[in-house]
Design a protein around this ligand. Structure first.
Ligand SMILES: Nc1nc2c(ncn2[C@@H]2O[C@H](COP(=O)(O)OP(=O)(O)OP(=O)(O)O)[C@@H](O)[C@H]2O)c(=O)[nH]1
Ligand SMILES: [Mg+2]
Length: 302
């Protein structure tokens, strides 16, 4: 038979919010489902600070995954805002995907999240992640521990890193979506504004190269972005540090640290946006930026 393919009779679409402790692999899982790097990932807890929606579209469904900050006790106005945004997102979603780190024992933090999900009265699914690091026996134990959390919903063993188990999980999530038209254009993979996406990819390189308190104390804000035809995308960005000693670490001996961050970030940006990038990074001190409501608003946190 020839001729145009008729559109599917019925489409499903909706939002699935990801909840879980910091470092469970929520952002990695979103990138794996979307097939593109929409959310930044690092081994530091609390990598995600702002909601990121990753969009996966097939002819008959559109799944919008809402990547959220890891749930933990707030420590300052910034983490408080992050926490509130998580609660709001759980209430607004069509379903919640609770991501557990299979490498760790189920703990107090997970039971706290399980209670919040039950209280939100939303359909839930559990993913036990990082099974690529577990033996068969330990995977079974992790699945049983997940069951002990008392979430009414299916439990899937997955590896966001290798993709194992992810298609089965996605297939199930789609069945939980309401019937309805697509919410975003089929070619979109995220709703992040380009400026935020750019700043996040730079922040990822800061996270990968810093440790202790520093990863949590740095924020990236874009300055001017100029993209002339035939020329590179010229990006100016500020790295906000909270004090002079942090600033010194970020700059590094002879400027080596900021240079390494800049080189790596430029490569990421070039491959993500498919064009040449010129990046001008400036390290600045802004005391207590995590308590600065106006700045947090501008940065879109909470
Ligand atoms: N081995 C293995 N590592 C994983 C897997 N998924 C994620 N990771 C690693 O776990 C770390 C945390 O991943 P993220 O995706 O940033 O975790 P997150 O849950 O989004 O963390 P927050 O944003 O801090 O809440 C990173 O180092 C990932 O590479 C997995 O399936 N297997
Ligand atoms: Mg994350």
């Amino acid at each position: 038979m020839s001729g145009p393919v008729p559109p599917p009779a019925e489409t499903r679409s909706g939002f699935v919010a990801l909840a879980g402790r910091p470092n469970a692999g929520k952002s990695t899982l979103v990138n794996s489902v979307v097939g593109d790097k929409v959310a930044i990932v690092s081994d530091k807890p609390q990598t995600t600070r702002r909601e990121v929606r990753g969009i996966a579209t097939r002819p008959d469904w559109q799944l919008v995954l809402v990547d959220l900050p890891g749930v933990q006790r707030p420590r300052d106005p910034m983490t408080e805002r992050m926490q509130h945004s998580v609660e709001r997102a759980l209430g607004d979603a069509d379903a919640v995907l609770f991501v557990l780190n299979g490498e760790q024992q189920v703990g107090k933090g997970d039971r706290f999240i399980a209670r919040a999900i039950r209280a939100a009265r939303v359909k839930a699914v559990v993913a036990v992640n990082k099974v690529d690091r577990l033996s068969r026996q330990r995977t079974i134990e992790a699945l049983m521990a997940a069951e002990g959390l008392g979430i009414e919903g299916e439990i899937f063993p997955v590896s966001a890193r290798t993709g194992a188990g992810v298609p089965e999980l996605v297939e199930h999530l789609v069945t939980l979506l309401p019937v309805g038209p697509f919410l975003y254009p089929a070619e979109d993979v995220t709703d992040l504004p380009e400026r935020v996406h750019l700043a996040e990819l730079i922040r990822e390189q800061v996270l990968l190269r810093t440790r202790d308190e520093l990863p949590h104390a740095v924020e990236v804000e874009l300055g001017e972005v100029v993209g002339r035809e035939d020329g590179p995308l010229e990006i100016e960005a500020y790295l906000w540090a909270e004090g002079e000693s942090q600033k010194a670490i970020l700059i590094g001996a002879g400027g080596r640290m900021v240079k390494a961050i800049g080189t790596a970030a430029r490569k990421e940006l070039q491959s993500t946006f498919g064009r040449r990038v010129h990046l001008d990074l400036r390290v600045r001190v802004r005391k207590a930026w995590r308590k600065d409501d106006a700045l947090l608003d501008r940065l879109g946190i909470g």
